[in-house]
Design a protein around this ligand. Structure first.
Ligand code: SAM
Ligand code: SF4
Length: 329
């Protein structure tokens, strides 16, 4: 098991397959992009699958989520998914994506065993999309969403980050859009993880504000804590159900005490938290030839030192050196 000093057990592995992206969401990276990791530093497909296998076979990982950067840009993605779903015990395998290219890949990914997708969509307005992501690609994202549902990657989940004065008017239209199509919408509070270090607490739309925007239009009844479990989203039954909407109050309603996650970066570093300041380099020791059992020992040690919480509200909080796109969101 991967257990930390507070008794939390990590069973959910987030794997970043690339730090590259074809969008430039302002809360994530600057318009000019970033210096991407050089190829030799990236894990190969075989290295990714080996580490995931060690997690699943030796360390109790039950869920694997591929992310990035934009994971659909990883050429070997379908094969990596196929090899992951062939592991025993079979983990749940999902993908977090901006949806660009999903129209083509949804069916092959489903065939390879992918269970679910989360598609990020922050607005339904073409101009706002362009302003927010610096690319005119809204139509492609919407086509990707439809393709995911048609391919059976259900329930399709949609992730939205709201920003004051940019897309805060989109909360109600996005929920209406998702309810109509059977997608599960989850709003995520903006976190200080952008490469530009431009996050300001006052600009963040809080979970309370999101509820205030939705409540005049929809009847929202909170699910009990048993439904939330270690899941970060607080969920609400909409208009009597069965549809639900989620709100992830990462900053104002932190869920660190129930966290069951561990992260593997595209260059083979284990991070025990999005906001961790230290990483454990499994890539280099793997390339030096250590055994699966030794990899598992190092991974356990990396998780053992996990801090109690992200401490965003602590005056001594320091944003991690790596941005979200390089950690894997
Ligand atoms: N490119 C893929 C995508 O956008 O879904 C996967 C990687 S992205 C880093 C994963 C998720 O993190 C997205 O839903 C995105 O909206 C979210 N995200 C990125 N930067 C964030 C921030 N500063 N605060 C909160 N969520 C953020
Ligand atoms: Fe790319 Fe996802 Fe970051 Fe947007 S949030 S820039 S789609 S990695």
């Amino acid at each position: 098991m991967l257990i930390d000093g507070f008794g939390r057990v990590a069973t959910d592995l987030r794997v970043s397959l690339t730090d590259k992206c074809n969008l430039r969401c302002t809360y994530c990276m600057p318009a000019e992009g970033l210096d991407w990791l050089p190829k030799p530093q990236l894990l190969t497909d075989d290295e990714v699958v080996r580490l995931v296998r060690v997690g699943v076979e030796l360390l109790g990982i039950q869920e694997v989520r591929y992310t990035g950067g934009e994971p659909l840009l990883r050429r070997g993605l379908v094969d990596i998914v196929r090899r992951t779903t062939a592991l025993t015990p079979r983990p749940q395998v999902s993908l977090t994506t901006n949806g660009l290219g999903l129209a083509k890949l949804a069916a092959p990914l489903h065939e390879a065993g992918l269970d679910r997708v989360n598609v990020s969509l922050d607005t339904l307005d073409r101009d706002t999309f362009q302003k927010l992501s610096h690319r005119d690609r809204l139509a492609d994202v919407l086509t990707g969403l439809t393709a995911a549902a048609d391919a059976g990657l259900v329930p399709v989940k949609v992730n939205t980050v709201l920003m004051r004065g940019i897309n805060d008017a989109d909360a109600v239209p996005l929920l209406a859009y998702c309810l109509e199509r059977g997608y599960e919408l989850r709003f995520i509070e903006q976190m200080p993880l952008d490469a530009q270090h431009g996050w300001r607490r006052d600009d963040m739309i809080t979970a309370d504000e999101i509820l205030d925007m939705l409540s005049p239009v929809y009847d929202l009844v909170p699910d009990g804590p048993s439904v939330r479990g270690s899941a970060p989203a607080e969920t609400f039954v909409v208009d009597g159900g069965p549809a639900r909407v989620g709100i992830i109050g990462s900053v104002t309603r932190p869920f660190c005490g129930a966290c069951d996650r561990v992260r593997l970066t595209a260059d083979g570093q284990i991070r025990n938290c999005l906001f961790a300041r230290e990483e454990s380099n499994l890539r280099d020791v793997m390339r030096a030839g250590i055994s699966d059992a030794e990899l598992a020992d190092r991974w356990r040690a990396a998780v053992a030192g996990k801090r109690a919480g992200h401490g965003i509200d602590d005056p001594s909080f320091l944003q991690p050196a790596r941005p979200m796109s390089a950690i894997g969101g």
